[in-house]
Structure formats: C-alpha cells, structure tokens
Design a binder for this molecule. Structure first.
Ligand code: FES
Length: 138
C-alpha cells in the first residue's frame, strides 16, 4: 500500500513551546472537522479537535487549548483534561478515553501531518467546517 502523502500543516516557528495551537481543516470519517497542533517539550503533536466526552471542539478561544499553567489540554465545555504529549485523559469526564492523535513530522522548518484510514485532507469538493463548527450545507 502507498504511504500517505504528507500534508502541509504550518511553519515550525508558528508552534511556540506550550503556546497557542495551530488549527487546520481535515475530513474525519468523511465529515468536515478540525485538527490542532501544539509544541510540547520541543515536539510537534496534533490531535482532532474533538473532546472524548461529548464530540465538541475543545478550545475555549480559537487556538487556546491549554490550561492556565500550560500543563494540560483542557476542554472548554466541562473541563476534561488531557495530556498534551499523549492525548490521554488525565481527569474529568473523559474517563479512560483519549484524544484522537494525528501523525506529524517536522523538517526544514515545516510541520506536516499524515492522513490515516479515518482522517483525510480536504479536497476541493469538500466544505470546510464553519467557524462555529456547524455544517452550513443547506
Ligand atoms: S465536552 Fe469536553 S468535557 Fe464535556
């Protein structure tokens, strides 16, 4: 089987250590969704922007995923906390679940992500999610 083609995500310098996340559009199970990338302990990581408790986006402002101490990813809705390095639930209503991770690589000042069986890039025929997360298809 062919290796999935790497997809451009952002420049390396857009990901500050435990800084704001870079949000990007994907297709998850053929539906528009968003991923987000962070830099944690020097390493770029990425996840689907979807809480494991209720399938809603996590960020409390666009791109703000981390708690005040910048130690955990915290869901804006009910406060579930996730390890930013692994996506595992650390506390709150996410139980034993974890965030859905997206494979990323970084080289030559560029971060790229890899599609998987479940996560695909948007094509020109796909509609990106609206800013509110609502599907605007009539
Ligand atoms: S929706 Fe994230 S904690 Fe409930």
């Amino acid at each position: 089987m062919d290796e999935p083609a790497a997809q451009y995500l952002c420049r390396s310098d857009e990901l500050a250590e435990r800084g704001r996340g870079v949000v990007f559009d994907v297709m998850l199970w053929r539906q528009p969704a968003r991923g987000f990338a962070l830099r944690i302990d020097g390493r770029a990581v990425a996840y689907i922007n979807r809480c494991a408790h209720v399938p809603t986006e996590l960020d409390w402002n666009p791109g703000d995923f981390l708690d005040a101490e910048r130690r955990t990813i915290i869901c804006a809705v009910h406060g579930a906390q996730y390890s930013p390095a692994t996506g595992h639930c650390l506390g709150g209503p996410c139980g034993r679940a974890r965030l859905m991770s997206i494979d990323v690589t970084e080289s030559d000042g560029q971060v790229s992500w890899y599609p998987s069986r479940d996560i695909a890039p948007l094509s020109f025929d796909d509609e990106a999610p609206s800013p509110s997360g609502e599907n605007t298809t009539p």
